[in-house]
Unconditional design. Sequence first.
Length: 145
Amino acid sequence: MTVAATSWIFAALVSQRVGVIAVAVLICVVIFELIRRKHLMERYAILWLTLGLTLLVLAGWKGLLTMLSEAAGIYYPPAALFAVAFLFVLALLLHFSIVLSRLSDQNKILAQRLALLQQRLEERESKQGSEKEDRPAVHESSRAS
């Protein structure tokens, strides 16, 4: 391999690392801004910040990424970085599916409770309406005398 080819590969790897570092920093900045504007709850922000910090550590610490990629059998370290990010996104999807399932169950229970309360209210209203009909009507003319 020539010196020019080696320097070109090195420049490509450095530019990829810089790009991944920029993406990781951008993720963290966006998450902090979403928290500040109250668009994202802290418990979900922790997951995303972990993703950003993990990408930042792996992109910045070349030896760690190389060691992890070799252990996983991936020969191109930047591909290992994106594999880690992909696995993290899969974990996020699993977490959100669990949260969505829990919210769906809670929504069903609340709808059932609301239906029971409406039924009780209608029964009370109809019972009170029938009691008013059973009472004799008092007219204004009989009150005056």
